[in-house]
Design a binder for this molecule. Sequence first.
Ligand SMILES: C[S@@+](CC[C@H](N)C(=O)[O-])C[C@H]1O[C@@H](n2cnc3c(N)ncnc32)[C@H](O)[C@@H]1O
Length: 263
Amino acid sequence: MTDAKSYVTDNAAEFKWQADDIFGRIATRYDRLCDVFSFGIHRLWKRKVAQQIASESWNILLDGATGTGDIILRVVSQPGVEGRTILASDLSPKMLSIAEKRLSKYSATVTLKLLDAESMPSVATHSVDAYSISLGLKICNRRLALQEALRVLKPGGRLIILEASNIPWSALQRMYLLYMSICMPVLGWLATGGDASAYKYLLKGIREFPSAEDLADEMAGIGFEDVAFERLSFGIVAIHTARSPGLQSKPPHAINGMPADGL
Ligand SMILES: C[S@@+](CC[C@H](N)C(=O)[O-])C[C@H]1O[C@@H](n2cnc3c(N)ncnc32)[C@H](O)[C@@H]1O
Protein backbone atom coordinates (compact mmCIF):
# COMPACT_ATOMS: atom_id res chain seq x y z
CA MET A 1 0.00 0.00 0.00
CA THR A 2 1.06 3.58 -0.55
CA ASP A 3 -0.28 6.79 0.95
CA ALA A 4 -1.94 9.53 -1.10
CA LYS A 5 1.12 11.78 -1.05
CA SER A 6 3.55 9.15 -2.31
CA TYR A 7 1.01 8.05 -4.95
CA VAL A 8 1.20 11.54 -6.45
CA THR A 9 4.99 11.50 -6.19
CA ASP A 10 5.45 8.00 -7.59
CA ASN A 11 2.74 8.11 -10.26
CA ALA A 12 3.99 10.86 -12.57
CA ALA A 13 0.81 11.06 -14.66
CA GLU A 14 -1.48 10.64 -11.63
CA PHE A 15 -3.23 8.01 -13.72
CA LYS A 16 -5.63 5.75 -11.85
CA TRP A 17 -6.87 3.02 -14.17
CA GLN A 18 -9.67 2.16 -11.70
CA ALA A 19 -11.14 5.64 -12.28
CA ASP A 20 -10.54 6.11 -16.02
CA ASP A 21 -10.41 3.38 -18.68
CA ILE A 22 -8.55 5.66 -21.07
CA PHE A 23 -6.57 2.81 -22.67
CA GLY A 24 -9.76 0.85 -23.21
CA ARG A 25 -11.22 3.88 -25.02
CA ILE A 26 -8.21 4.63 -27.20
CA ALA A 27 -6.96 1.04 -27.77
CA THR A 28 -7.85 0.95 -31.46
CA ARG A 29 -6.24 4.37 -32.01
CA TYR A 30 -3.24 3.90 -29.70
CA ASP A 31 -0.66 3.06 -32.38
CA ARG A 32 -1.75 6.00 -34.53
CA LEU A 33 -1.57 8.30 -31.50
CA CYS A 34 2.04 7.24 -30.86
CA ASP A 35 2.90 8.25 -34.43
CA VAL A 36 1.06 11.56 -34.09
CA PHE A 37 2.49 12.54 -30.68
CA SER A 38 6.08 11.60 -31.53
CA PHE A 39 6.02 12.35 -35.27
CA GLY A 40 6.94 8.70 -35.79
CA ILE A 41 10.14 8.86 -33.73
CA HIS A 42 8.74 6.34 -31.20
CA ARG A 43 9.45 3.69 -33.85
CA LEU A 44 13.19 4.35 -33.56
CA TRP A 45 13.06 4.32 -29.74
CA LYS A 46 11.10 1.07 -29.78
CA ARG A 47 13.47 -0.59 -32.25
CA LYS A 48 16.40 0.42 -30.06
CA VAL A 49 14.87 -0.90 -26.83
CA ALA A 50 13.75 -4.11 -28.58
CA GLN A 51 17.36 -4.67 -29.71
CA GLN A 52 18.51 -4.05 -26.14
CA ILE A 53 15.94 -6.50 -24.72
CA ALA A 54 16.77 -9.19 -27.28
CA SER A 55 20.50 -8.80 -26.67
CA GLU A 56 20.12 -9.63 -22.99
CA SER A 57 20.57 -13.20 -21.82
CA TRP A 58 17.16 -14.63 -20.82
CA ASN A 59 14.92 -17.60 -21.33
CA ILE A 60 11.82 -16.03 -19.77
CA LEU A 61 11.00 -12.35 -20.35
CA LEU A 62 8.09 -10.56 -18.70
CA ASP A 63 7.04 -7.34 -20.46
CA GLY A 64 4.87 -5.09 -18.29
CA ALA A 65 2.38 -2.55 -19.68
CA THR A 66 2.84 -4.18 -23.08
CA GLY A 67 -0.09 -2.29 -24.61
CA THR A 68 -0.78 -3.29 -28.22
CA GLY A 69 2.42 -5.34 -28.32
CA ASP A 70 4.46 -2.76 -30.21
CA ILE A 71 7.71 -3.54 -28.36
CA ILE A 72 7.30 -7.32 -28.30
CA LEU A 73 6.55 -7.36 -32.05
CA ARG A 74 9.99 -5.85 -32.50
CA VAL A 75 11.62 -8.17 -29.94
CA VAL A 76 10.37 -11.37 -31.61
CA SER A 77 11.83 -10.31 -34.95
CA GLN A 78 15.33 -9.99 -33.46
CA PRO A 79 17.76 -12.85 -34.09
CA GLY A 80 17.99 -15.50 -31.37
CA VAL A 81 14.60 -14.81 -29.75
CA GLU A 82 12.80 -17.81 -31.25
CA GLY A 83 12.56 -20.61 -28.71
CA ARG A 84 12.58 -18.26 -25.72
CA THR A 85 9.46 -17.49 -23.65
CA ILE A 86 7.84 -14.05 -23.52
CA LEU A 87 4.99 -13.10 -21.18
CA ALA A 88 3.44 -9.89 -22.50
CA SER A 89 1.21 -8.30 -19.86
CA ASP A 90 -1.09 -5.33 -19.42
CA LEU A 91 -4.08 -4.43 -17.30
CA SER A 92 -6.23 -3.29 -20.21
CA PRO A 93 -8.10 -6.21 -21.82
CA LYS A 94 -8.71 -4.10 -24.96
CA MET A 95 -5.02 -3.24 -25.41
CA LEU A 96 -4.14 -6.91 -24.80
CA SER A 97 -6.64 -8.17 -27.34
CA ILE A 98 -5.01 -5.99 -30.01
CA ALA A 99 -1.59 -7.31 -28.90
CA GLU A 100 -2.93 -10.87 -29.17
CA LYS A 101 -4.02 -10.34 -32.78
CA ARG A 102 -0.77 -8.64 -33.76
CA LEU A 103 1.33 -11.36 -32.11
CA SER A 104 -0.80 -14.34 -33.17
CA LYS A 105 1.84 -15.83 -35.44
CA TYR A 106 4.30 -15.86 -32.53
CA SER A 107 1.99 -17.79 -30.17
CA ALA A 108 4.67 -20.45 -29.60
CA THR A 109 6.89 -17.75 -28.08
CA VAL A 110 4.50 -15.13 -26.65
CA THR A 111 1.79 -15.59 -24.01
CA LEU A 112 -0.53 -12.69 -23.16
CA LYS A 113 -1.35 -12.06 -19.50
CA LEU A 114 -3.71 -9.64 -17.76
CA LEU A 115 -1.52 -8.16 -15.00
CA ASP A 116 -1.28 -4.99 -12.96
CA ALA A 117 2.42 -4.11 -12.97
CA GLU A 118 2.07 -2.68 -9.45
CA SER A 119 1.04 -6.03 -7.99
CA MET A 120 1.49 -9.36 -9.79
CA PRO A 121 0.67 -12.06 -7.20
CA SER A 122 0.20 -14.66 -9.96
CA VAL A 123 3.85 -14.27 -10.98
CA ALA A 124 6.13 -16.26 -8.70
CA THR A 125 9.01 -14.61 -6.89
CA HIS A 126 12.36 -15.05 -8.71
CA SER A 127 10.68 -16.61 -11.75
CA VAL A 128 11.74 -14.47 -14.73
CA ASP A 129 15.16 -13.77 -16.22
CA ALA A 130 14.33 -10.32 -17.58
CA TYR A 131 11.62 -7.72 -17.06
CA SER A 132 10.91 -4.88 -19.47
CA ILE A 133 8.52 -1.96 -19.38
CA SER A 134 8.22 0.69 -22.07
CA LEU A 135 6.33 3.96 -21.79
CA GLY A 136 4.34 2.50 -18.90
CA LEU A 137 6.28 3.55 -15.83
CA LYS A 138 5.11 7.17 -15.97
CA ILE A 139 1.46 6.15 -15.82
CA CYS A 140 1.66 3.76 -12.91
CA ASN A 141 3.12 3.92 -9.43
CA ARG A 142 6.70 3.37 -10.49
CA ARG A 143 7.96 2.55 -6.99
CA LEU A 144 5.47 -0.32 -6.67
CA ALA A 145 6.13 -1.44 -10.26
CA LEU A 146 9.90 -1.44 -9.72
CA GLN A 147 9.55 -3.33 -6.43
CA GLU A 148 7.42 -5.94 -8.22
CA ALA A 149 9.99 -6.19 -11.02
CA LEU A 150 12.69 -6.79 -8.41
CA ARG A 151 10.56 -9.46 -6.70
CA VAL A 152 9.79 -11.47 -9.84
CA LEU A 153 13.31 -11.27 -11.30
CA LYS A 154 15.68 -14.13 -10.61
CA PRO A 155 18.91 -13.14 -8.85
CA GLY A 156 21.03 -11.44 -11.49
CA GLY A 157 17.97 -10.89 -13.73
CA ARG A 158 17.88 -7.91 -16.05
CA LEU A 159 15.56 -4.89 -16.00
CA ILE A 160 15.10 -2.79 -19.16
CA ILE A 161 13.02 0.40 -19.13
CA LEU A 162 12.14 2.79 -21.95
CA GLU A 163 10.54 5.95 -20.61
CA ALA A 164 10.16 9.68 -21.00
CA SER A 165 13.17 11.51 -19.62
CA ASN A 166 14.76 14.94 -19.55
CA ILE A 167 16.88 16.93 -21.98
CA PRO A 168 19.93 17.82 -19.88
CA TRP A 169 20.18 21.33 -21.36
CA SER A 170 17.56 23.23 -19.36
CA ALA A 171 16.74 25.86 -22.03
CA LEU A 172 16.10 23.11 -24.59
CA GLN A 173 14.05 21.13 -22.06
CA ARG A 174 11.89 24.20 -21.37
CA MET A 175 11.37 24.76 -25.10
CA TYR A 176 10.44 21.09 -25.57
CA LEU A 177 7.89 21.21 -22.72
CA LEU A 178 6.45 24.46 -24.04
CA TYR A 179 6.17 22.99 -27.52
CA MET A 180 4.52 19.84 -26.11
CA SER A 181 2.04 21.79 -24.01
CA ILE A 182 0.95 23.83 -27.06
CA CYS A 183 1.08 21.13 -29.73
CA MET A 184 -0.09 18.09 -27.84
CA PRO A 185 -3.60 19.30 -26.97
CA VAL A 186 -4.19 20.26 -30.60
CA LEU A 187 -2.82 17.01 -32.04
CA GLY A 188 -4.45 14.98 -29.28
CA TRP A 189 -7.81 16.63 -29.78
CA LEU A 190 -7.69 15.90 -33.50
CA ALA A 191 -6.37 12.35 -33.20
CA THR A 192 -8.78 11.24 -30.46
CA GLY A 193 -11.84 13.01 -31.73
CA GLY A 194 -11.98 15.18 -28.61
CA ASP A 195 -10.94 12.77 -25.81
CA ALA A 196 -8.74 15.03 -23.68
CA SER A 197 -7.50 12.34 -21.26
CA ALA A 198 -4.92 10.80 -23.60
CA TYR A 199 -2.78 13.89 -23.87
CA LYS A 200 -3.59 15.11 -20.35
CA TYR A 201 -1.94 12.00 -18.83
CA LEU A 202 0.89 11.99 -21.33
CA LEU A 203 1.79 15.62 -20.75
CA LYS A 204 1.58 15.31 -16.97
CA GLY A 205 3.60 12.08 -17.06
CA ILE A 206 6.33 13.70 -19.16
CA ARG A 207 6.50 16.82 -16.96
CA GLU A 208 6.54 15.00 -13.64
CA PHE A 209 8.70 12.00 -14.50
CA PRO A 210 12.13 12.09 -12.82
CA SER A 211 15.28 12.95 -14.74
CA ALA A 212 17.38 10.07 -16.04
CA GLU A 213 19.80 10.52 -13.13
CA ASP A 214 17.00 10.61 -10.54
CA LEU A 215 15.32 7.51 -11.96
CA ALA A 216 18.68 5.72 -11.83
CA ASP A 217 19.00 6.74 -8.15
CA GLU A 218 15.47 5.51 -7.43
CA MET A 219 16.24 2.16 -9.07
CA ALA A 220 19.40 1.79 -7.01
CA GLY A 221 17.46 2.82 -3.87
CA ILE A 222 14.94 0.05 -4.54
CA GLY A 223 17.78 -2.48 -4.70
CA PHE A 224 18.83 -2.77 -8.35
CA GLU A 225 22.52 -2.97 -9.21
CA ASP A 226 24.56 -1.99 -12.26
CA VAL A 227 22.08 0.77 -13.06
CA ALA A 228 22.90 2.51 -16.35
CA PHE A 229 21.06 4.66 -18.82
CA GLU A 230 21.26 5.97 -22.35
CA ARG A 231 19.46 9.10 -23.52
CA LEU A 232 17.79 8.97 -26.93
CA SER A 233 16.77 11.98 -29.01
CA PHE A 234 18.71 14.40 -26.76
CA GLY A 235 17.00 12.95 -23.67
CA ILE A 236 13.33 13.10 -24.70
CA VAL A 237 13.35 9.45 -23.65
CA ALA A 238 15.94 7.20 -22.04
CA ILE A 239 16.63 3.50 -21.77
CA HIS A 240 17.57 2.42 -18.25
CA THR A 241 19.00 -1.00 -17.53
CA ALA A 242 19.84 -2.71 -14.25
CA ARG A 243 20.45 -6.06 -12.65
CA SER A 244 18.73 -7.59 -9.67
CA PRO A 245 21.24 -8.42 -6.96
CA GLY A 246 22.43 -11.91 -6.26
CA LEU A 247 25.02 -12.64 -8.88
CA GLN A 248 28.43 -11.17 -9.30
CA SER A 249 27.99 -7.84 -11.09
CA LYS A 250 28.85 -7.65 -14.76
CA PRO A 251 29.71 -4.44 -16.60
CA PRO A 252 26.66 -2.53 -17.92
CA HIS A 253 25.47 -3.58 -21.35
CA ALA A 254 26.94 -1.17 -23.91
CA ILE A 255 25.06 1.67 -22.31
CA ASN A 256 26.88 4.61 -20.84
CA GLY A 257 24.62 7.45 -19.81
CA MET A 258 25.76 9.62 -22.72
CA PRO A 259 23.32 11.09 -25.24
CA ALA A 260 22.97 8.84 -28.28
CA ASP A 261 23.33 10.27 -31.75
CA GLY A 262 20.96 9.81 -34.61
CA LEU A 263 17.68 8.93 -32.87
C1 LIG B 1 1.62 4.25 -23.15
S1 LIG B 1 1.08 2.57 -23.24
C2 LIG B 1 2.59 1.73 -23.61
C3 LIG B 1 2.35 0.46 -24.37
C4 LIG B 1 3.59 -0.23 -24.95
N1 LIG B 1 4.51 -0.65 -23.92
C5 LIG B 1 4.27 0.66 -25.97
O1 LIG B 1 5.44 1.01 -25.73
O2 LIG B 1 3.68 0.97 -26.99
C6 LIG B 1 0.82 2.25 -21.58
C7 LIG B 1 0.17 0.91 -21.26
O3 LIG B 1 0.28 0.71 -19.86
C8 LIG B 1 -0.86 0.04 -19.41
N2 LIG B 1 -0.92 0.24 -17.97
C9 LIG B 1 -1.19 1.38 -17.27
N3 LIG B 1 -1.09 1.15 -15.96
C10 LIG B 1 -0.73 -0.15 -15.82
C11 LIG B 1 -0.49 -1.00 -14.71
N4 LIG B 1 -0.58 -0.55 -13.46
N5 LIG B 1 -0.18 -2.29 -14.96
C12 LIG B 1 -0.09 -2.78 -16.21
N6 LIG B 1 -0.31 -2.03 -17.30
C13 LIG B 1 -0.63 -0.73 -17.11
C14 LIG B 1 -1.99 0.65 -20.20
O4 LIG B 1 -3.12 -0.18 -20.22
C15 LIG B 1 -1.32 0.81 -21.56
O5 LIG B 1 -1.56 -0.31 -22.37
